[in-house]
Design a protein around this ligand. Structure first.
Ligand SMILES: Nc1nc2c(c(=O)[nH]1)N[C@H]1C(S)=C(S)[C@@H](COP(=O)(O)O)O[C@H]1N2
Ligand SMILES: [Mo]
Length: 497
């Protein structure tokens, strides 16, 4: 208990220290970020599979459990054994925290170790206090008044930890970008895009537009980067004729267009939910880069985030497709967790190579000169989104009544377009599904299939064909290294009549 409440006070005070400056972060977050950067990609995919987009919460809970056990042990060795062992334990914690703070992705000054160091000093002090109050009697903790003092001290320290932690969080709230986002008037597009045709929504398929609140979130940021629009700026650098710097106002003053684009994550498993469609508002990336003047020798467009994350995709991908520096999503300024104030969206490329959130820089370079974030972690350098399809209704192992039933879902082949979707019931012949109206090549195409459900257990499998004549492969592959493939199958249980 002594170890745990002492650690709590140390972390609470570290939280206050972290709240003093935008640059400083709590040791827990610093260490968590290192874990995110260092876990092998297959482990990350398993975590996403297990916890979905709650993977970050799972990691923080894991860190909290580890810290609690560690702090408990430090307390035990300090009070029961030798004080110096406890000090070594706290010192080790301080070293790990300092290393984590200094090796931040986005780079960090030497003084970013301060929250950890101050926190560790507080832990040492708190443990010393426990030692003092329990040794006032020669018989130590065997004496009832020692025990009373021990629990009183624990109570005071625990209360202090709670106050310090809350104060620290409160201080940190000053750096939130929420007010900046809420004060913004939604930028108007130069030309408003018409509403999608009602026929684009198939029965029993996911909503054509994924509401922002349901839009999957995948990133390496344990805490959402807080970037007020007023202080944001981005640069275009590297192999360009002239480097550019844009403020948020500069960006809004450009021609803003609306585009419907389906974004997908490379970690999406067959049938998975890490895909969504939004109406994005933004400035054309190709226009901006043309103004900067791309060196013909440049092969890679790197998007850099304020948090140090990087995406990278071929210059050749800017083939006229509607790549955007996006500021709006489904009629709102970008939500904070989706990259406020500005991000990249490139149709047809998985998010990890293209969709830099909290954008701070676009660098023109070569693939030889630079590996983007996921490349050293085993993911493919280039990653066009694979032709895929998904059954939305029924869900796996749903029980349904016999009789007419509409199977519904989505298929996607961004930048190419879906030619047809076919279903196979109980591994029978491929039968054509009804395609919903197409919105554009860059969004998913919805489909439905009227089915006469007969009692018993049935399997339903879907596959799509794209406009280039490719047929979605049945070969299963894992998300690593360049996206999952294979057919989505669900088993449905049809009741007796
Ligand atoms: N700064 C930053 N941008 C990022 C990432 C990240 O980790 N950090 N992840 C990328 C990945 S892997 C995907 S799939 C998309 C997801 O965008 P969303 O969270 O808005 O759906 O963002 C991309 N942009
Ligand atoms: Mo992703």
């Amino acid at each position: 208990m002594a170890g745990i409440v002492s650690a709590g006070l140390g972390l609470g005070v570290a939280e206050i220290a972290a709240g003093l400056s935008r640059t400083l972060r709590s040791p827990v977050i610093a260490v968590g970020d290192r874990v995110v950067d260092l876990v092998p990609a297959p482990v990350k995919d398993v975590a996403i599979d297990l916890f979905g987009t709650n993977d970050k919460i799972a990691l923080l809970v894991g860190i909290a459990v580890t810290l609690t056990i560690y702090a408990g042990l430090v307390g035990i060795v300090t009070l029961r054994h030798r004080r110096v062992f406890g000090m070594v334990g706290v010192g080790l914690f301080a070293l790990v925290g300092s290393w984590a703070a200094l090796s931040d992705r986005a780079g960090s000054p030497w003084w970013s170790i301060l929250p950890t160091v101050i926190g560790a000093m507080v832990v040492v002090g708190a443990l010393a206090e426990f030692e003092r109050v329990t040794n006032l009697e020669p018989s130590g903790m065997n004496h009832p008044s020692s025990r009373r003092r021990f629990f009183a001290t624990a109570g005071v320290i625990a209360a202090g930890a709670a106050v310090a932690g809350t104060t620290g969080r409160g201080l940190d709230a000053r750096f939130s970008a929420r007010d900046s986002r809420e004060a913004l008037d939604l930028p108007q597009p130069t030309q408003r895009l018409a509403a999608i045709p009602p026929g684009a929504q198939a029965e029993n398929a996911a909503p054509f537009f994924t509401p922002n609140s349901d839009f999957y979130r995948i990133d390496t940021a344990l805490i959402v980067p807080q970037v007020p629009a007023e202080t944001w700026s981005m640069k275009v650098t590297g192999m360009v004729d002239r480097e550019l710097t844009l403020s948020y106002a500069d960006l809004l003053n450009r021609e803003l267009i609306e585009r419907d684009i389906t974004l997908a994550c490379v970690s999406n498993t067959v049938g998975g939910e890490l895909i969504g469609t939004a109406r994005w508002l933004g400035a054309r990336l190709d226009d901006l880069l043309a103004e900067a003047g791309i060196d013909p020798a440049a092969t890679q467009v790197v998007g850099r985030s304020v948090d140090g994350y990087t995406c990278g995709f071929p210059v050749a991908a800017l083939d006229g497709r509607d790549a955007l520096i996006a500021v709006g999503m489904n009629g709102e300024p970008l939500p904070l967790e989706h990259g406020f104030p500005a991000r990249l969206i490139v149709p047809g490329l998985y998010g990890y190579v293209s969709a830099t959130k909290w954008l701070s820089e676009i660098e023109l370079t070569t693939f030889d000169a630079f590996d983007h974030y996921w490349v050293p972690r085993g993911y493919a350098v280039e990653a066009p989104i694979k032709l895929q399809s998904r059954i939305d209704t029924p869900r796996g192992l749903d029980r349904i009544a016999p009789g007419p039933f509409v199977i519904g879902g989505v298929a996607w082949a961004q930048t190419i377009g879906i030619e047809s979707v076919e279903l196979s019931i109980d591994e029978g012949p491929w039968l054509p599904a009804d395609l919903a109206d197409e919105v554009n090549d860059d969004t998913w195409r919805q489909w439905s299939f009227p089915w006469e459900a007969t009692p018993g257990r049935h399997s339903v499998t879907v596959r799509a064909k794209d406009r280039n004549g490719s047929i979605q492969t049945a070969d299963r592959s894992e998300p690593l290294p360049d996206g999952a493939s294979g057919h989505h199958t669900v088993v449905v249980l049809v009741d007796q009549a």
